[in-house]
Design a binder for this molecule. Structure first.
Ligand code: TYC
Length: 101
């Protein structure tokens, strides 16, 4: 009984997957003034005037533009904050989120 080999025969490796990042996407509309979109991008996403203007113009021309990527809860909070800023001012400004591939 004394010489039973009790050493593990299988080496276990535990893999933790990194949580997926989520994109915040700005959606174009026909009503929100360009300057208002830029103001929200600067305030909520801490962009400078140049970055904000580029993102706004891309959404304006293409229909949508990725603003930034964050952990899911942060992406959702920022998208809501930015969408609510438009709503409070009476604009249909919309920010959505989606997971990165
Ligand atoms: N299309 C708007 C206008 O012409 C401006 C705008 C740009 C609105 C981007 C939303 O995500 C947007 N006033």
């Amino acid at each position: 009984m004394a010489d039973i080999d009790t050493r593990p025969r299988v080496r276990e490796t535990v893999k933790t997957e990194r949580p997926r990042l989520h994109k915040v996407i700005l959606i174009n509309d026909d009503f929100t003034p360009r300057e208002f979109v830029v103001m929200v991008l600067k305030a909520v996403f801490r962009m400078n005037a140049d970055q904000a203007a580029k993102v706004m113009l891309t959404a304006h021309q293409k229909g949508a533009c990725v603003v930034a990527v964050f952990q899911r809860d942060i992406a959702e909070t920022k998208a809501s904050e930015a969408t609510d800023a438009g709503k409070s001012a009476g604009f249909p400004l919309l920010f959505t989120t989606e997971p990165e591939e």
